[in-house]
Design a binder for this molecule. Structure first.
Ligand SMILES: [Mn+2]
Length: 358
């Protein structure tokens, strides 16, 4: 179905395309493999993958024929001819310089015209933006696993534990409970280190009075989840509580804004204006959110410049933050499913300032 949607988007000067990026291959075939080529055209599609994956791919992939990849140089032109393609699009954003050289040789011999002007990538990214029911199911399952790991973590985090210990505990809980892997290297930072939006967990011990920021996710059937919570250990100063409430208000504004028909940059503006009006604009450097799916960061970006109009089925994050160097930072992140009249928050973990005393 998605392959049909893709080839329907081909303009007159594109007859076929070769998909080789892992994320796009996974998206269209539902199959996760390290290597392979998905050849798409209006006249037929085929998935070529090597002997490591062929048995599983033949059992799982039902969108097209699955053929054993033995020699790309001869097999790719063979199928392009079979499907009557003369101009062939490649994924410009993913093909390497040496890959392009290989394609050029391959195409020259058979007089195919290569199209590598980004349009093919754009079509694929556009399709991936709006999730199907099945994709949403996987994302929800991944999110449920991440939330359970968080619920578990807040029961035992206490002064004296290191950031790495907390990160490992989150990872272990997710993997133990059905995650095929974690979405990205789990972020756990504490105290002054919370001012680093993507800080790395270290052997720093968590102390009484610290903020702890945890940003993590699980992967289920190739689909990612993403959430962030910032909690206080033992007590929160008035300033910590103040900054936390501004970030929460900004995030709430973004969530209230998010709906089909709304421009992505307006969702960013909803969050950003709250933080700017509170006087902390310069401490919020990143975008408000991003799409999530077969990749942890994908379209649509919820940035101050993205003119993309949200549609039903988009899954995006809302994750504003305030990061004050050498002091502390706060980020709160939920995943949202865009609906006709608003959004469904896929993250149900509470967000009021949590002060834990374990
Ligand atoms: Mn995120």
């Amino acid at each position: 179905m998605e392959l049909y949607e893709l080839t329907k988007m081909f303009p007159k000067d594109i007859d076929g395309g070769i998909i080789e990026s892992p994320a796009a291959r996974q998206y269209f075939t539902g199959f996760n493999a390290d290597s392979g080529y998905l050849i798409v055209s209006k006249n037929g599609n085929v998935f070529l993958t090597d002997s490591r994956y062929i048995e599983a791919a033949q059992a799982q992939v039902d969108c097209c024929d699955v053929v054993l990849l033995t020699d790309a140089k001869t097999q790719i032109p063979k199928y392009l001819k079979k499907f009557n393609c003369s101009s062939v699009a490649i994924e410009a954003r993913h093909v390497t310089v040496s890959g392009l050289r290989d394609y050029s040789k391959m195409f020259k011999a058979d007089d195919f015209k290569a199209v590598f002007d980004n349009r093919f990538d754009k079509f694929i990214r556009y399709l991936r933006c709006a999730k199907r029911e099945e994709e949403i199911k996987h994302i929800k399952a991944a999110q449920a696993i991440a939330q359970a790991a968080y619920d578990n973590a807040v029961r035992y985090i206490k002064p004296g534990m290191t950031e790495r210990e907390v990160a490992l505990a989150l990872d272990f809980h997710m993997l133990r409970n059905g995650a095929e892997k974690v979405s990205f290297d789990t972020i756990v930072v504490s105290g002054k280190k919370t001012s680093l939006p993507h800080g790395v967990p270290s052997d720093k011990k968590i102390e009484f009075g610290d903020f702890v920021t945890m940003d993590f996710g699980a992967v289920v059937n190739g689909y990612h989840s993403d959430m962030t919570r910032t909690i206080a250990i033992g007590e929160a100063s008035d300033e910590m509580a103040e900054i936390y409430s501004i970030v929460l208000e900004a995030q709430t504004a973004a969530i209230e804004k998010a709906a089909a028909g709304v421009v992505a940059k307006d969702v960013d503006a909803a969050a950003r204006s709250v933080i700017e009006q509170a006087g902390y604009g310069k401490y919020f450097g990143h975008s408000t959110g991003h799409g999530v799916g077969v990749e942890i960061h994908e379209d649509p970006s919820i940035s101050s410049v993205n003119e993309y109009v949200l549609c039903e089925g988009n899954v995006i994050t809302a994750e504003p933050g305030i990061y004050i160097p050498d002091k502390f930072g706060v980020r709160i992140e939920d995943m949202l499913l865009i609906t006709a009249d608003g959004c469904e928050n896929l993250t149900s973990t509470p967000k009021e300032l949590t002060v834990i005393n374990n």
